[in-house]
Design a binder for this molecule. Sequence first.
Ligand code: ADP
Ligand code: MG
Length: 233
Amino acid sequence: MSFIEFQDVKKIYKMGEVEIPALAGVTFSIEKGEFVVIAGASGAGKSTILNLLGGMDICSSGMILVDGEEVSKMDAKALTTYRRYDIGFVFQFYNLVQNLTAKENVELATQISRNPLNIDETIEAVGLKARANNFPSQLSGGEQQRVAIARALAKNPKLLLCDEPTGALDYKTGKAILKLLQDTCHIHNMTVVVITHNLALCAMGDKVIKVKSGLIDSIEINENPTPVESIEW
Ligand SMILES: Nc1ncnc2c1ncn2[C@@H]1O[C@H](COP(=O)(O)OP(=O)(O)O)[C@@H](O)[C@H]1O
Ligand SMILES: [Mg+2]
């Protein structure tokens, strides 16, 4: 049994009379400490997979197991606990609290964790020590995304989920953020799932899951993933 099992997962969104099959039967597994890239065109179903993994949405059928727990069977209360304690989420547009400093944003997240990491050490690890007392509006996009990553990491989650985390960043900054995620995964044995629509980035994953029209297109394991700094796109 792998750390994460997704078995024949389907998700159908109902919009009035119309049914939209976002996932049409998706099966994959993820090992603990793996750096996983989920790639595919816009509308393929990538965010739906991540939202189901993160307990932010529930599947229509199939089974989702994370660390021995059946997420697909959880009720609303169990899902809240799961999201709170087990999941770190990084979004494309950072989603920071604007009237809290970088450090306060990280602190806020640790308050809903049972076993948080040290706040100052986490902020230092993402390279933001000098900016800890700045508000989000005083930080660049890349710095704000670092705060968002620190916030997710400081909870010490079982699983770090990132939905297009570099989508709002320029090339160089995006690369630095991806390097931070890849290094975090390998140094701390953290399980990290990163969504991208950029196929060039597949080389950085320990495992690459390609999604097409709500189905798995391919699953590849890279024995020697490329360090982000050596990938050009
Ligand atoms: N909340 C929703 N309600 C209705 N349809 C949705 C919803 N979320 C996603 N979809 C549809 O499901 C499909 C997959 O979406 P998504 O997982 O967001 O794709 P991706 O992240 O790969 O761009 C798309 O056709 C999208 O329009
Ligand atoms: Mg998406």
